[in-house]
Each structure stands twice: as C-alpha cells, then as structure tokens.
Design a protein around this ligand. Structure first.
Ligand code: UDP
Length: 327
C-alpha cells in the first residue's frame, strides 16, 4: 500500500516525500507543477502530473494505485496574493479539496493528513496559541484553510473520513543533504528573501511595517524547520493508520522572533551586513503568531530537532548559496 502525496513537488511536500522514502514507505506523488518542481520529487516516488481539480485524473490515480492514505499539500499559500486574488484561493484550495474528497469518498480512501496554517487563528487573543483558541482569519488564505478543515469535518460525519489538520507556523530551512530546499517563483517568504541579499540578488530586504504592537514594532512569527514539519506528517499518518480520531495540531517551536531578529540571525549566519528598509505593512498580516505544540508532542510524539533559529537559517543558507536560482 502506498501513501499519496498531493503537492509533493512543492516545498513542504517534497521534504515530506524525502522523509517518507527514508522511512521505507511506498510513495505516489501528484502535482500540477504550477508552483512545484519536478526536480524536487524524490526519484523513488511514482510521479503523476495532475491537478486535484481534475476529478478524472484523481480517479485514475486511485484506480491505478493502492492508496492507504493521502497527505494533501496541493494549495495556494501566499497571504499577500490571497488578498489581491481571493477567488484563486477559493478555486484552488476549496474547489480543489472538494474534487479530491469526492474522489476519495468514491474510492473508499478514508484517511487524510493536510496542510492547515496558523493563519486560521487571525490576530490571536494570547500567545502561545492553543488549538482550542478562536479562529478569526485576517486573510483569505487562512479563511480557505479553515474552510478546508470544516469541509473535512462534515465529510467525516457523512462518509466516515478521518483527517488530521496540521496548522503550520512559519516553515523554513532546507533538507540536511542539500538535495532539496525552498524555491518559490516569485519568492514572497521572509527568510529566502533575506538570503537573496548576501546572494547578490537584491540590494536590501524590506521590513513590512514597524508599527505593530510587538517589542521592536515588527511582526513576530514562530519559525519551524521543514524537516520537523515533514516528520509530523508521517506521525500524523501513522496515527490515522492506527485508528486515531480526526484531530487538529499546531506545529511550531513555541518561540517568537521579530522580522528584525530574523534579519540579525541571517547577518550572523552569512557574515553579510544585509541592509534593511522599512516599508508599509502587508495587508492581512497578524502582529504575532506563536504556537503551543504541546498537543502534537503529547498525542503524536512529535519532537522537533531544529529548535534553534541559527541552525535553521544556516540550512536555508547552504541551499540558497548552492542553488541561487532554485531548481
Ligand atoms: N516579511 C517582511 N518582508 C518581506 C517578507 C515578509 O517583513 O520581504 C514579513 C511578513 O510581513 C511577516 C513575516 O515577515 O510578518 C513572515 O512572512 P512570510 O511571508 O515569510 O510568512 P507568513 O507569516 O506570511 O506565513
């Protein structure tokens, strides 16, 4: 039996495929390659170029392969873009997941682990955030991810599907082997954009807003290494395969860093002065997002290995130095 990884050519998906293969699992990957890269797919995974909105393509995969569970990363994931083009997010994230679940139900595949996000919480009332805290997304990306969680819940009631929603905080870093890393086109995420400065690809990093109610006025985020996220997906799939009930878990390190602190860590790691300029706030950004991941540690036995931001940024820097233009 195989695990089907949707979006397995993307950043977090490709790292999860590497960990699954290292753990000896049989892996099938489907990706439409709109934002993912064929070169990021582990050579031992069976690859289908397919879009989750294509019901026929999904049906074909479930008919050809013996799938015991699905790990679903195939979604649009940029906060800024979701504010300027919200309907793209409804189409790809919600319509895509609708088609996928229809196909899973039709083929009796009843276990799914999927990417949710800290953006489901919106502006938190307190940090660290617990899974039981209120969810009031401040951007369309978070809204569609929360709606995906709700879609799973109703599908469970009607059809017995079991799911794990993993609410990631800020994914970063690269595979320790250097084989794969973070590559987006265009890049919008903080750490890869910062590293473009020492890589000679941009002359400064913009800080989006310096007037947030945080210790230095810039946004606070909880940065978590992509390999630690990947491990959590395997634990979550095993939890479902062993009969675990549907559940929601936060995945973060429980430590918040401001944008300015992240830039300082990158200066230390790279030895480059990395000039920074303050620019206006980006629409939809909450001031701070920091996870309590106690539940994932207790229920799934998750133990992040890369708690230190310097180590995380170093692994990202190794990848970006070696692959300045991505794949
Ligand atoms: N950010 C920034 N400059 C940039 C890109 C991002 O100041 O060029 C900030 C952004 O406003 C947010 C944090 O860095 O507060 C992390 O943003 P990212 O897009 O990496 O992840 P997100 O928190 O949106 O998932």
């Amino acid at each position: 039996m195989a695990i089907l990884v949707l979006g397995g050519a993307g950043y977090i998906g490709s790292h999860t495929v590497y960990e699954l293969i290292a753990a000896g699992r049989d892996v099938v990957v489907a990706d439409n390659l709109l934002t993912g890269f064929r070169a990021a797919v582990h050579p031992k995974a069976r690859f289908y170029e397919a879009d989750i909105r294509d019901r026929q393509a999904m049906d074909q995969i479930f008919e050809r392969e013996e799938i015991e569970g699905v790990i679903h990363f195939a979604a649009s994931s940029q906060v800024g873009e979701s504010m300027s083009n919200p309907l793209k997010y409804y189409d790809n994230n919600l319509w895509g997941t609708t088609c996928l679940l229809q196909s899973m139900v039709a083929h009796g595949v009843d276990k799914i682990v999927f990417s949710s996000t800290a953006a489901t919480y919106g502006e938190p009332e307190r940090v660290p955030i617990l899974e039981t805290d209120p969810t009031h997304p401040t951007n369309c990306y978070g809204e569609t991810k929360l709606a995906m969680e709700t879609m799973m819940r109703w599908t469970q009631q009607a059809h017995g599907l079991r799911y794990v929603a993993l609410r990631y905080f800020n994914a970063c870093g690269a595979h320790p082997s250097g084989a794969i890393g973070e590559a987006h086109n265009p890049e919008t995420h903080l750490i890869p954009l910062i590293l473009q400065v020492p890589n000679g690809q941009r002359d400064h990093i913009s800080i989006f807003g310096e007037d947030y109610p945080t210790k230095d006025g810039t946004c606070v985020r909880d940065y978590i290494h992509v390999t630690d996220l990947a491990q959590a997906h395997i634990l979550a799939m095993d939890y479902l395969l062993q009969g675990g009930e549907s559940n929601v878990f936060n995945l973060g390190n429980g430590v918040g860093f401001t944008v300015k602190e992240v830039i300082d860590v990158a200066r230390k790691v790279t030895g480059h002065p990395i000039p920074a300029q303050v620019s206006p706030r980006r629409a939809g950004d909450p001031a701070q997002l920091v996870a309590s991941s106690e539940k994932a540690r207790t229920v799934l036995g998750w133990k992040p290995q890369y708690a230190d931001l310097e180590t995380i940024v170093s692994s990202a820097w190794d990848w970006h130095k070696a692959h300045p233009n991505g794949y």
